[in-house]
Design a protein around this ligand. Structure first.
Ligand SMILES: [Cu+2]
Length: 132
């Protein structure tokens, strides 16, 4: 019994020492495998796009009426003095909207328009314009 205990006590430090060096080596070998598993684990993280898609859906589409007060080709914007937009709780205001070149060319300062736009994290972008 005592001999076994002594052996265990003596062996334990040796085992620990062996484990220390052994672990270092094994960890080095296991790390790449762990990384590989992490890569697999990242697949579910693509589901992280789901919340992002959720925020995309937070992008709202609304329509408003207003008067074009400025067109900035360099900035790619059309500034509109627009009426209230109850659907998205916007008061009447004058503000700039991003608008593509085609839309910018379709209107002139002073035009009364009704327009559709998207609003969200990506900014405010006019998607279509109808002159009145
Ligand atoms: Cu506004």
């Amino acid at each position: 019994m005592r001999i076994t205990t002594l052996v265990t006590l003596l062996a334990a430090p040796l085992a620990l020492a062996a484990c220390d060096s052994g672990d270092n080596t094994e960890e080095m070998n296991e790390m790449p495998m762990a990384d590989g598993q992490m890569a697999d684990g990242q697949m579910p993280m693509d589901d992280g796009d789901m919340p992002m898609m959720g925020s995309d859906s937070a992008m709202q589409t609304a329509s408003a009426e207003g008067t074009v007060t400025a067109i900035d080709a360099d900035a790619g914007t059309i500034t509109v003095d627009h009426g209230a937009v109850p659907a998205i709780e916007w008061p009447a205001m004058t503000m700039g909207f991003e608008a593509d070149e085609q839309l910018r060319q379709d209107v002139a300062v002073g035009d009364a328009i009704s327009f559709e736009f998207t609003t969200g994290e990506g900014g405010n972008t006019i998607t279509s314009i109808t002159k009145k």
